[in-house]
Write a protein that binds this ligand. Structure first.
Ligand code: ADP
Ligand code: MG
Length: 246
C-alpha cells in the first residue's frame, strides 16, 4: 500500500531522512516513533507527496506519488497534520466537509452520499457538540478532533496521522486511539501514525518503526523495538521512565 524505497530528503543541504525504506501493506497498522527532529513528520510529508525526496521513490497503491495529482493522492490517503491549522473554512461542518472534496462531482458538488459521509464522520469522532462553532476559535485539542473527522470523512484507504493525540486530554487520547483501531480493524483502513507517546504506541500498535537522526533504526514488535538499551541509546533516558504495556 505504501512503499518507501531508499528515500533521502534534504532541507537546505541538511538531510532529514537518510536512505529510508519502509513498506506498509494494505490493512496494516504501524506507528512511527523517535525523538524530536528524527524525521518523522518529514517521512509523512514525503509519503503524502508534499515533499519530494532527493533520492529514492515513494509509491502509494502501486503508483509513484510524484506522478499522481493532489486529488488522486487524496483519494488514496488522508492526512491528519501535526499542527491543527484551519486555513479558510469557518464552521466545523465546513471543515469536515472539506474531506469530501476529492470525491465531489466537479460541477454538482456534494451529493447525498457526501453529506452522509460528513454526518457519519462527525458522529464517529464525537464532535457533534462543536457544530455551528467557528473552527478558528476552537482549542487545539478540539481542532485536532475536527481535523480527524475531516480525514475520516475523506474515507481514503490509507490514513496517516502526525501526533494526533498531542493536544488531547487522556480520555480523548484513548478515544482517538480506539477510533483509529476501529478504522483499521472494522473498515480495513491502513494506518500509519507518528506517536510521541511510547506507551500509547506500544499499547495500540503491533508494529513500531523507530526513526533516529533520519534513519530507520528498528522496525518490529514493541517489545523488540523498545528494548531498554535502545530506549537509553535513542531517547537518552532511563528506560524506567517509559512504561509499556497496558
Ligand atoms: P520530527 O517530526 O521527527 O520531530 P521533522 O521531520 O519535523 O522531525 O524534522 C526533521 C529535521 O528536519 C529536523 O532537524 C528539523 O529541524 C528539520 N526540518 C523540518 N522541517 C524543516 C523545514 N521546513 N526547513 C528546514 N528544516 C526542517
Ligand atoms: Mg514531527
Amino acid at each position: 500500500m505504501i512503499r518507501v524505497d531508499g528515500v533521502t530528503a534534504v532541507y537546505r543541504e541538511r538531510a532529514a531522512l537518510r536512505d529510508v525504506s519502509l513498506q506498509v501493506d494494505a490493512g496494516e497498522r504501524v506507528a512511527i516513533i523517535g525523538p524530536n527532529g528524527a524525521g518523522k513528520s518529514t517521512l509523512l510529508r514525503v509519503i503524502a507527496g508534499l515533499l519530494h525526496p532527493t533520492t529514492g521513490t515513494v509509491e502509494l497503491g502501486g503508483d509513484r506519488v510524484d506522478r499522481l495529482d493532489r486529488m488522486a493522492v487524496a483519494r488514496r490517503l488522508s492526512v491528519v497534520p501535526q499542527t491543527p491549522l484551519l486555513p479558510f473554512a469557518t464552521t466545523v461542518e465546513e471543515v469536515v466537509a472539506l474531506g469530501r472534496l476529492p470525491h465531489e462531482h466537479p460541477i454538482r458538488g456534494m451529493r447525498p452520499g457526501d453529506r452522509a459521509a460528513v454526518a457519519a464522520a462527525i458522529e464517529r469522532v464525537g464532535v457533534g457538540h462543536l457544530l455551528g462553532r467557528d473552527a478558528r476559535e476552537l482549542s487545539m485539542g478540539e481542532r485536532q478532533l475536527v481535523l480527524l473527522a475531516m480525514a475520516v470523512a475523506q474515507a481514503a484507504p490509507v490514513l496517516v496521522l502526525d501526533e494526533p493525540t498531542v493536544h488531547l486530554d487522556l480520555r480523548h487520547q484513548v478515544e482517538v486511539m480506539d477510533l483509529v483501531g476501529d478504522l483499521n480493524t472494522r473498515d480495513g483502513t491502513t494506518i500509519l501514525a507518528v506517536l510521541h507517546d511510547l506507551g500509547l504506541a506500544a499499547h495500540f500498535f503491533a508494529r513500531l518503526v523507530l526513526l533516529d537522526r533520519g534513519r530507520v533504526v528498528a522496525d518490529g514488535a514493541p517489545a523488540e523495538v523498545l528494548a531498554p538499551e535502545r530506549i537509553r541509546e535513542v531517547f537518552g533516558v532511563d528506560p524506567a521512565f517509559v512504561r509499556l504495556g497496558a
